[in-house]
Design a binder for this molecule. Structure first.
Ligand SMILES: CC(C)(C)OC(=O)N[C@@H]1CNC[C@H](C(=O)N(Cc2cccc(Cl)c2Cl)C2CC2)C1
Length: 338
């Protein structure tokens, strides 16, 4: 597809407001994969045809078959990612990857072992990291950097829209090279990234209702399109949960659904602006067999210094605030999503 005026939209699927993924192809003829466009990482990996049949998570997803691609280039270097929630192991290969109609020759990882947790819950096949090159494992040039060096984009930016309503189509949209005015209103507020090389900002505080409760001395906020929720230091999140009367059970914090409408807003103070999430934005309301279950989409996560302590603003934040990631100016822009 020709890049209309240098911007390229890719529709995303919204799975239960917790996983947003879009389609790419690898190889010739094209082998299709659903990937999360993840600003919290910088590598591309997909399950491999040669993954062990015992790896259930691999088996239940689309797998790349090098022997079926005439543009495959062998590499074979080892690859492994240790996530907080699981791990991926495999080897590197090279082939033509097409994102939003733009082809790049890309080094990526074929996953031969995917930990059952959490990947058996993944509706997507793999991950396409949209982070900076210095985050890339094995020093591989990331996909977006390869696209930028083709000079086909109007601007060296990409933007993400995540829908809040699973019934709404598309479930989201990635735009390479610009933004999509159909999905935001008003103007963008921009902030420079805290340090070049990571999609993270300096946050000035987190308030609950009208009370500044956390990060008053300043802290780091990572804008992570690959995380479902918002995470903060475990101690802060547990105080926040106590404040809103949430109980922690094995699958996260829950509140009584009929208290939802009384819950306070949670506000993130970024770059002189206040980004509030109402209970609509941070409560996942599910009708289950045992009745209505209301999950609070915050999680405690302690990231050790020097990286931490950090707050990670994930999908539920991005669904409210349309986000532009600007590689040219090393800044992030937010506008109110519609
Ligand atoms: C240090 C380094 C390894 C680079 O850190 C990262 O890569 N950090 C990644 C940062 N972004 C979120 C990534 C993540 O948690 N998942 C798992 C996941 C997320 C939501 C829902 C599901 Cl089902 C799953 Cl499996 C990948 C899918 C993106 C980890």
């Amino acid at each position: 597809a020709d890049t209309n005026n240098g911007t390229v939209p890719t529709p995303l699927t919204n799975y239960l407001d917790t996983q947003y993924f879009g389609e790419i192809s690898i190889g010739s003829p094209a082998q299709m994969f659903n990937v999360v466009f993840d600003t919290g990482s910088a590598n591309l990996w997909v399950p491999s045809q040669s993954c062990s049949p015992f790896s259930t998570a691999c088996f239940t997803h689309n797998r790349y078959d090098a022997s079926k691609s005439r543009t495959y280039i062998e590499n074979g270097t080892g690859f492994s990612i240790q996530y907080a929630s699981g791990n991926v192991r495999g080897f590197l290969s090279e082939d033509v990857v097409v994102v939003g109609g733009i082809p790049v020759v890309q080094v990526f990882a074929e996953a031969t072992a995917l930990s059952a947790m959490p990947f058996i819950f993944a509706k997507f096949d793999g991950v396409l990291g949209m982070g900076y090159p210095n985050m890339a494992i094995d020093g591989i040039t990331p996909v977006f950097d390869r696209i930028m060096s083709q000079h086909v984009l109007k601007e060296e930016v990409f933007s993400i829209y995540y829908s809040r309503d699973p019934k709404r189509s598309p479930g989201g949209e990635l735009v390479l090279g610009g933004t999509d005015p159909n999905y935001y209103t008003g103007s963008f507020n921009y902030m420079n990234t805290r340090q070049t090389g990571k999609w993270e900002l300096t946050m000035k505080g987190v308030s609950v209702g009208r009370e500044m409760m956390f990060c008053a001395e300043g802290c780091t906020a990572v804008i992570d399109t690959g995380s479902s929720y918002i995470t903060g230091p475990a101690s802060s999140v547990s105080v926040l949960m106590k404040t809103i009367g949430a109980q922690l059970d094995e699958s996260g914090y829950k509140v009584n659904c009929d208290t939802v409408k009384t819950l306070p807003s949670v506000t993130f103070h970024l770059g002189g602006q206040e980004y509030s999430l109402t209970q609509e934005d941070y409560i996942l309301w599910q009708s289950q067999i045992e009745g209505e279950v209301c999950t609070v989409t915050f999680r405690g996560l302690d990231v050790p210094p020097p990286t931490g302590p950090i707050w990670i603003l994930g999908a539920n934040f991005i669904a409210r605030y349309y986000t532009e990631f600007d590689r040219r100016n090393n800044r992030i822009g937010f506008a109110t999503a519609v």
